[in-house]
Design a protein around this ligand. Structure first.
Ligand code: UDP
Ligand code: MG
Length: 138
């Protein structure tokens, strides 16, 4: 079994797509180990996306990710990391395969509905970032 961090971003929470997106996650066989609704500060969003420091889209991304509530989920399944990346589809919904979560629910390359860890290292760091605090539900 493998674990990964999934997050429903503020655009999709605002559009009331949380239930539909979680249905796709459960249909694909992922177990929800922990889940919460948060609102990140700009500083927290910048730390979450530290790997993108220096990229031209970072300021816009930080503003978007701190603009409203998001729903991070700690997920578990076999081949969870690559399997979830496949289920969400390409970063830009115009390039995402039909039926993927981003093809179904993303508005644009920036406001693209969901996040998924891209490697075992990011999964560990990101699960800890979202659920490492005392009192997390696991
Ligand atoms: N992003 C953007 N413009 C870009 C590339 C990325 O606004 O040209 C945003 C988008 O929200 C994306 C996030 O930054 O999901 C992180 O980028 P990454 O390349 O890690 O894409 P992901 O792993 O989310 O598919
Ligand atoms: Mg990424």
């Amino acid at each position: 079994m493998e674990e990964t961090l999934f997050m429903i971003k503020p655009d999709a929470v605002g559009a009331r797509k949380v239930g539909l997106i979680l249905a796709e996650i459960e249909k694909a066989g992922f177990e929800i180990v922990a889940m919460r609704q948060i609102r990140m500060t700009a500083d927290q969003a910048r730390r979450f996306y530290a790997m993108h420091e220096g990229k031209p889209f970072l300021d816009e991304l930080v503003a978007f990710m701190s603009s409203g509530p998001a729903v991070p989920c700690h997920l578990r399944r076999q081949n969870a990391i690559l399997g979830l990346r496949e289920l969400i589809g390409a970063t830009d919904p115009k390039e995402a395969k039909p039926g993927t979560i981003r093809a179904l629910y993303a508005e644009s390359k920036g406001k693209n509905a969901v996040h998924a860890s891209d490697s075992p290292e990011s999964a560990k760091t990101e699960i800890e970032f979202m659920f490492g605090a005392v009192g997390a539900a696991r």
